[in-house]
Design a protein around this ligand. Structure first.
Ligand SMILES: Nc1ncnc2c1ncn2[C@@H]1O[C@H](COP(=O)(O)OP(=O)(O)OP(=O)(O)O)[C@@H](O)[C@H]1O
Length: 254
């Protein structure tokens, strides 16, 4: 579980996060949505410890990040997996080497133990027989799978995903969403996903946090977002013609 309380983050005169409070539960896909510039990435980076907030705190389990000793912060970092926008694989490394990278950094294991673990997670993301390929030799969807395998190879308690669907066709995007959700449930991970993808919102939004101008303007889940009358949220979520038509049809009972 991650608990965020009254989080403020500014850059010079620009107040980006203006008192965010929320909770992200374990074993649940938690989504952060909002317009461009609303502060989603800054929020994610605060949780990752890349930005230091001026006010407020972030608790991982029962421990506040701000109060952790440097040693405990390093331990916490080992418990965090990250799926970067675009995958962020190392081009010069094979699939196997990419997935093994965090194990080499953090795990005290033999080469053969590491290889077993790499094969286990590659199997979990349904990517076998690609160990010796380079990122440029596999599709975008496969690259995302590698990225997910690398993020979970150290058995993280927390998984952060920055726009995991960007650049994927809708069908592959759904497969990747479902994979992230299955892994979240199976390993009881606290997963936080920063997304623009409304399909993800309606499919895997077990908790949804809507940011507007650095405020938390609404929170709920995929069922509640269908029903909300909060105009800012509906204007944002139903800005696409297709989703607007679906909503109108639903309201008419089709
Ligand atoms: N390192 C930084 N220094 C100064 N300003 C920053 C920095 N990072 C972000 N900002 C500013 O904070 C605001 C929020 O940016 P952020 O990247 O969090 O938006 P976002 O909601 O993730 O947008 P998008 O959906 O386009 O990725 C923007 O005005 C941005 O210019």
């Amino acid at each position: 579980m991650i608990k965020v309380e009254n989080l403020h983050k500014s850059f010079d005169d620009l107040d980006v996060l203006k008192g965010i409070s929320t909770t992200f539960e374990k074993g649940q896909t938690n989504l952060i949505i909002g317009q461009s510039g609303s502060g989603k990435t800054v929020f994610l980076k605060c949780m990752l410890g890349l930005f230091t907030p001026e006010e407020g705190y972030i608790c991982f389990g029962s421990e506040s990040y701000e109060e952790l000793t440097p040693k405990k912060r390093r331990e916490l970092r080992k418990q965090i997996g990250m799926v970067f926008q675009g995958g962020a694989l190392f081009d010069s490394m094979t699939v196997e080497e990419n997935v093994m990278f965090p194990l080499r950094m953090f795990a005290k294991a033999t080469k053969s133990e590491m290889l077993d673990r790499v094969n286990e997670v590659l199997k979990r993301v349904n990517l076998t027989n690609a160990n010796h390929k380079f990122p440029s030799e596999i599709s975008g969807g496969m690259q995302k799978r590698v990225s997910i395998a690398r993020a979970i190879v150290n058995r993280p308690k927390y998984l952060f995903c920055d726009e995991p669907n960007s650049g994927l066709d809708p069908r592959t995007a759904t497969v990747i969403d479902n994979l992230i959700q299955e892994i979240t449930h199976e390993f009881e991970i606290t997963t936080v996903i920063n997304t623009h993808d409304m399909n993800s919102v309606f499919e895997i939004g077990e908790k949804i946090v809507y940011l507007e101008g650095g405020h938390l303007a609404w929170e709920g889940n995929k069922d509640l977002i269908h029903k909300t009358n909060n105009k800012t949220v509906t204007d944002f979520v139903y800005s696409s013609n297709l989703f607007r038509k679906v909503r109108v049809a639903q309201q008419k009972g089709y």
